[in-house]
Design a protein around this ligand. Structure first.
Ligand code: F6P
Length: 328
């Protein structure tokens, strides 16, 4: 492997996701394996601009593979959006002797990496870390699987109380403007309806469907609502509409919120993070730059960063059909 790079930096940026620590660990240990120095950069691009760096060796990442969040902290940096901010960041990289950068984050973080690469020809490599699973070029982003399991656990618990009181629950899940979390957890949690931004069910059809469910003998129901769904302006207005248009149903709302981003990463996310870290470092050492590592057909593949952030991953239409059939 041609090995011109002698020092690699790693940062986590944007919304944290379970598996980011496992990815940091993998980057650091792959560097150690190849006798490359590794530098952890705190608070994403914010810390890059300020030179908030720490040398990391194989032992400095012990005991973190099972931890949620990110030991390097994360931030969304306004300053990095300015030319001056990026110049300052580049100067700090050069001063520290860092010759390649691994960015763990979502589309905003990748946009930052691409601009850094374009303006200063600095080698960058992306690892997709977000619970939303909205990045093109990987079937799974880091943290998606863990978030799914967290949400399903919450749905199961809410179902216990929903069925005890014969109630209808609207449960809002994260996902920004895509419905991957909602669709998957809705099926796994046995939801009666799943509302996602990619499909416009309409309020009337929702009410009809809930009435049909009740007629068929269901005494309680769960509706999963993706935060990006626009059927009701927000989930509380949705509740009000259903309250007004369906008599005799006791309706409740539960917004799961940021608990979906926390917790110990699943086995799947730990393995994925480990694979992605190896691929990211070794790709930089092979002289590649401006790519994102991703999972495709169970292989680690590279996707140009600008393709990764273009558009959003499509919803699996077969899953939509499965969810329709399951709610019969
Ligand atoms: O992108 C991850 C995510 O958790 C989204 O699902 C959500 O819309 C957003 O971040 C919340 O951002 P913040 O933590 O800034 O409130």
């Amino acid at each position: 492997m041609p090995n011109k790079i002698k020092k690699i930096g790693v940062l986590t940026s944007g919304g944290d996701s379970p598996g980011m620590n496992a990815a940091i660990r993998s980057v650091v240990r792959t560097c150690a394996y190849h006798n490359i120095e590794c530098v952890g950069i705190y608070r994403g691009y914010e810390g890059l601009i300020e030179g908030d760096f720490k040398s990391m060796d194989a032992r400095s990442v012990k005991g973190i593979i099972n931890k949620g969040g990110t030991i390097l902290k994360s931030a969304r940096s306004k300053e990095f959006r300015t030319k001056e901010g990026r110049q300052q960041a580049f100067n700090k990289l050069v001063e520290a002797g860092i010759e390649g950068l691994v960015v763990v984050g979502g589309d905003g973080s990748f946009t930052g990496a691409m601009i850094l690469n374009k303006e200063f020809d600095f080698p960058v490599m992306g690892i997709p870390g977000t619970i939303d699973n909205d990045i093109v070029g990987t079937t799974h982003t880091l943290g998606f699987d863990t978030a799914l399991n967290t949400v399903v656990d919450a749905i199961d618990k809410i179902r216990d109380t929903a069925s005890s009181h014969n109630r209808l629950f609207f449960i809002e899940v994260m996902g920004r403007d895509v419905g991957h979390i909602a669709l998957n957890t809705g099926i796994a949690g046995g939801a009666e309806e799943i509302l996602i931004p990619e499909e416009d069910l309409g309020l009337d059809r929702l009410v009809e469907s809930l009435k049909r469910s009740r007629k068929s003998g269901k005494t309680s129901s769960i509706v999963i609502v993706a935060e990006g769904d626009k059927i009701g302006k927000n989930i509380f207005e949705l509740k009000d509409y259903v309250d007004e248009n369906m008599e005799g149903y006791d309706v409740r709302v539960s917004v799961l919120g940021h608990m979906q981003r926390g917790g110990s990463p699943s086995c799947f996310d730990r393995v994925l993070a480990s694979r992605m870290g190896v691929k990211a470092v070794e790709s930089l050492l092979e002289g590649k730059s401006n790519f994102m590592v991703g999972l495709q057909n169970n292989n680690m593949e590279l996707t140009p960063l600008d393709n990764a952030i273009k558009g959003k991953t499509k919803i699996n239409l077969e899953l939509l059909r499965v969810s329709d059939i399951m709610s019969t």
